[in-house]
Ligand binder design. Sequence first.
Ligand code: COI
Length: 354
Amino acid sequence: MIDTINIAVTATSNSRLSQVDFNNIPFGKVYADHMFMADFKGGEWTDYQILPYQNLSISPANSAIHYGQSVFEGMKAYKNAKDEVLVFRPYDNLKRINKSADRMCIPQIPSDLFMGGMTELLRLDRAWVPKKAGTSLYIRPFVFATDEYIGIRPSDTYKFMIFTCPVGAYYSEPVKVKIETEHARAIEGGTGYAKAAGNYAAALYPAKIAQQQGYHQLIWTDAKSHEYIEESGTMNVMFMIGDTLITAPAGETILKGVTRDSVLTLAREWGIQVEERKVAVKEVINALKNDTLKEAFGTGTAATIANIATIGYDGKDYQLPQTGETSFTAKVLRELEGIKSGNLSDPFNWVHKI
Ligand code: COI
């Protein structure tokens, strides 16, 4: 049950909905009509409002811009056959945004603020939730420092906001990834487990180099030895070696993905051997060489289940076998999409109805 909160709502008189081609939605470029906003000042969250999606006015000395005191989340909403709006595992994202906030000295987001703001926003913009298979309404909650101060210390004031955008696939084709062995994304004691804005900024340069080499994304390795697989920045990564599903443990340096957990839960339910343990780069390369690496894929809210077609390592590209409809990758994608959109039963109570 969601506690109700008082939100001042200013609805748009100029909806952009009719301008959207729902048959051709790019990821993250089209924004729904409204956004939710709350301010933290005087030690409490206040001024809850929903207003037309618009630019913000921010001081040039805003501390989030300078020092990156900012964290975010990603969720997705779907419509079921009865046209009801369903959100996938939002309480897990609430838990994670607060873990991220804690690490970045940002005040906690109370459940009623997170869930209440999201619920009211989705009710107002329910027409923006697409129905076509492979599409959804991406929900982006985020919180950032708003003090006008260029000294280094946690801000006293913050904004928590949520906007949404109808989206299609994040990766429109099977991905080509490079195992990164020079730069690092995270280290023990750092912020790797948090969805902190700066983690993504720091990943841009190594990812740009990989993109110039023809890859879509990196697979990060541990910062100390570069011998162990971590995650991919936009997604966690999993390998089917023989008949065992293997993935690195979500710990200090690896984001605890909600999709990651959902895939592991389904795999265990289906009787598949699952191993959450350190995954040596050598093990993956050997499995590629001796053809025991059957499938590799990324898991993420935006990425959903992203098939990996090619893994680059040490200047050599390894092609993975083509995965068909009977592969684990295809099966788990179908199952998850079915649960999220209310077309399949939801034995783990993952789906939250708005
Ligand atoms: C998500 O999957 O929601 C993320 O935040 C990843 C981002 C690269 C879009």
